[in-house]
Design a protein around this ligand. Structure first.
Ligand code: E4P
Length: 215
């Protein structure tokens, strides 16, 4: 499973990128709004920070397909790394269908059900983002929905990649990996929880103390 970083905070993105384990970045309007930065400038800076080929996801805001396609073309012109996030709506599907032949990659977002994921793939989406945390929040089972999407995609040679999104804790990451999500997009604080472990820290401290005694 690949890891994307779910963040619009540039310094956080720099720090996570330096770990060497990130193959994409996902932003969303709420994350970008928190930064107070100009959206296009932020996307440009992120694209220039990461390697060529790394997916930098930027969301369109227009409610209609024409507006989405227009915004997508502007964002895609920033850098070849840009992937356009498009909400799972009727207009969104139409926009994906129009962007695919132009070679503009898309990530259909706010997906909670296999039917939505199948339609996104049929329209030509490059990625589909299944939200775990937000589904759990309303008493549903985000991991079960992700598993259903993986199952139905497995029935066919669907190329669309499944992103496990709205990840709230390390268990979500493990669930996504067990289910076979292609990618998990993970907030930095969760990424840190994946590599930090109290026993690892204790072990390092003991090794250091023993080394100091012996040398
Ligand atoms: C990523 O593409 C999504 O926008 C993000 O994972 C949503 O996470 P949240 O539900 O914690 O806001």
């Amino acid at each position: 499973m690949e890891f994307f970083l779910d963040s619009a905070d540039f310094s956080e993105i720099q720090e996570a990128w330096n770990l060497g384990v990130i193959s994409g970045i996902t932003t969303n309007p709420s994350l970008v709004a928190k930064t107070g930065e100009d959206f296009h400038d932020l996307i440009r800076r992120i694209c220039h920070l990461v390697d060529d080929g790394v997916a930098v996801n930027a969301e369109v805001m227009a409610p209609d397909a024409d507006g989405m396609v227009r915004e997508a073309a502007e964002l895609a012109a920033i850098h070849p790394n840009v992937v356009i996030k498009i909400p799972m709506t009727s207009a969104g599907l139409q926009a994906v269908k129009r962007l695919d032949p132009k070679g503009i990659r898309t990530n259909v977002t706010l997906v909670f059900a296999p039917g939505q994921a199948l339609l996104a793939a049929a329209a030509g989406a490059t990625y589909v983002s299944a939200f775990l945390g937000r589904f759990d929040d309303i008493g549903e089972d985000g991991a079960a929905a992700l598993a259903d999407i993986r199952d139905v995609f497995g029935q066919y040679a669907i190329k669309c990649k499944i992103i496990a999104a709205s990840i709230r804790h390390p268990v979500h990451v493990l669930q996504a990996a067990r289910i076979g999500a292609d990618i998990a997009t993970v907030p930095f604080k969760i990424l840190k929880k994946l590599y930090e472990h109290p026993l690892t820290q204790q072990g390092i401290e003991k090794f250091n103390a023993d080394w100091a005694k012996g040398s």
